[in-house]
Design a protein around this ligand. Structure first.
Ligand code: SAH
Ligand code: SF4
Length: 348
């Protein structure tokens, strides 16, 4: 059985032509797939029954389902989602005064084993299909309207997995989410976060993408970065700097850095200075300084409040545009790096 959502509009048009059906039927099907988010061909009520049956003999639709949702005291919602082949992923909705952000996963697990990240301790089982990522967003949209009474304003690819190692599906999902025959979201409201795959950052430049890019930097010397992120051994800071400059030259798109502060590892003024120097070599608009969310598997610790403020002050004195980000949803393990599929295994 082929997945109807994996067909292009042209392919559906060609097929219907072959079947002797009028062309407008293809547009109707497309509308059911991407505007009405149909979960089955049977739902497509404006199609003749015979056509629905014929379609049903060759195609099916598989959708992601919510297995369990957890609600944080701060309004954050974490969803455990089940894929058609039984795997689980997680998505998180984060409401603030002005925004509703959904954080989506791009892979089941992750192959990159960053030491501080819960997902990094899971094996990478498979890539998500583009329509599974679209489902994460459309489901979050329904929840946002239901629970907050307002729609999603931003999408971040910061859930489980490395988006640039699932390049095609991630780009195709964004194309669907931003398309006027889908959700029509602006690409400027979408951020893809990467641990730094230099070759794929260049590819983003060549593809002239319009969304934003965030680099998970976390340390500004190769020695320290390699210690916490094994990917740095093959994609070091010089390669990343060159790739980001190439990307910026091609797209002019906003680049941000993510920098988690770990106590006594990367939170000194010497570390801040290395960060300033790296920032001077890449046209980054903003550095998000993130609080470390402790995970069981690692022994890192959160920094002391006074080293956080000294670090921030140093960046400010060097005119680096930095913002301190406090975590949300920590009481339900929904904060950055805490997505590990381990909670509520037995929940309904
Ligand atoms: N693989 C991509 C996107 C998913 S991770 C990437 O690494 O960028 C999303 C963000 O959460 C990254 O910036 C990641 O470094 C951060 N993160 C991971 N574990 C964390 C933790 N324990 N505390 C705070 N942030 C964490
Ligand atoms: Fe993978 Fe990103 Fe976690 Fe690293 S931080 S293990 S790349 S999800």
């Amino acid at each position: 059985m082929k997945n109807l959502r994996h067909q292009s509009l042209e392919a559906i048009e060609d097929l219907l032509k072959e079947w002797g059906e009028p062309k407008f039927r293809a547009a109707q099907i497309w509308d059911w797939l991407w505007k009405k988010n149909a979960g089955s061909i049977g739902e497509m009520s404006n199609l003749p029954k015979a056509l629905r049956e014929r379609l049903g003999t060759e195609f099916g639709i598989t959708k992601v389902v919510i297995h369990h949702s957890q609600f944080s005291s701060d309004g954050t919602i974490k969803n455990r989602l089940q894929l058609h082949d039984g795997h689980f992923i997680e998505s998180v909705l984060i409401p603030t005064e002005k925004r509703v952000t959904v954080c989506v996963s791009s892979q089941v697990g992750c192959s990159l084993s960053c030491k501080f990240c819960a997902t990094g301790y899971l094996p990478r089982l498979r890539n998500l299909e583009f329509d599974e990522i679209v489902d994460e967003v459309t489901m979050a949209q329904e929840q946002a309207l239901q629970h907050y009474g307002r729609p999603i304003t931003n999408i971040v690819y910061m859930g489980m997995g490395e988006p640039l190692l699932n390049y095609k599906n991630v780009l195709r999902s964004i194309e669907r989410i931003t398309s006027s025959d889908g959700m029509g979201m602006s690409p400027r409201r979408i951020t893809v976060s990467t641990s730094g795959i230099a070759k794929m950052i260049r590819q983003l430049g060549d593809d002239g993408i319009r969304f934003k890019l965030a680099l998970s930097l976390h340390a500004a010397t190769d020695e320290k970065r390699s210690e916490i992120m094994p990917i740095n051994e093959t994609n070091d800071l010089t390669m990343l700097k060159d790739a980001l400059n190439y990307f910026y030259q091609k797209t002019g798109n906003e680049i941000t850095f993510e920098y988690i502060l770990f106590r006594d590892f990367n939170d000194s003024l010497t570390d801040a200075d290395a960060l300033v120097k790296f920032c001077r070599q890449v046209p980054a608009d903003l550095v998000n300084i993130i609080e470390y969310n402790p995970i069981e598997a690692a022994d890192y610790e959160k920094p002391e409040e006074n080293s956080v403020s000294a670090f921030m002050q140093y960046l400010e004195s060097k005119r680096v545009n930095a913002r301190l980000r406090r975590s949300r949803g920590r009481d339900i393990d929904a904060a950055c790096g805490q997505l590990a599929n381990v909670n509520h295994e037995s929940a309904p």
